[in-house]
Design a protein around this ligand. Structure first.
Ligand SMILES: [Zn+2]
Ligand SMILES: [Zn+2]
Length: 154
């Protein structure tokens, strides 16, 4: 019985360690990571961690409002630590890059919702899509080149 307890404690210890590791990876990331990327990074610190453990913890963090999940391209889900994610996203339809911008009014809306409606907001997902300056230039050039080719043909 005593032996079993020791094993259980060790197992619980490992679970907590892996949980903290995953959270730290998300926290320290300088970009938006998906589950696979988090898994690859987690393996460096905890070689026997499994992808399903990563998914399970991401789900848990989401429910607890510790991380936010974003789906920028409609396929890949990315994760971000909540206290550091007081920003919104602009997603470029040309190159797929994600830009962040701050929006303090969201915090005000959040606290108003909890005061007036008693609603606990665990995630905010505001996404603007369009074209970044680089892609706008690229598109303009592509358009100009096409016009030039057509002009030459005439
Ligand atoms: Zn772009
Ligand atoms: Zn972000």
């Amino acid at each position: 019985m005593a032996r079993r307890n020791v094993i259980d404690t060790r197992l619980a210890g490992r679970t907590t360690q892996q949980r903290q590791l995953i959270l730290k990876i998300i926290e320290q990331a300088d970009r938006h990571l998906d589950a696979e990327e988090i898994y690859q990074l987690a393996r460096q610190g905890s070689p026997n961690i499994s992808l399903s453990t990563v998914y399970r913890n991401l789900q848990l963090f989401k429910e607890q409002g510790l991380v936010e999940e974003h789906q920028f391209d409609g396929m890949r889900r990315c994760y971000e630590r909540v206290p550091t994610s007081r920003h919104h996203h602009m997603v470029c339809l040309g190159c797929g890059r994600v830009f962040e911008f701050n929006c303090p009014s969201t915090e005000r809306i959040k606290s108003r919702l909890s005061m007036e409606k008693g609603f606990k907001v665990t995630a905010v997902d505001v996404r603007f899509v369009g074209y970044c300056p680089k892609c706008q230039r690229r598109l303009r050039h592509a358009l100009n080149d096409k016009e030039m080719v057509q002009a030459k043909r005439r």
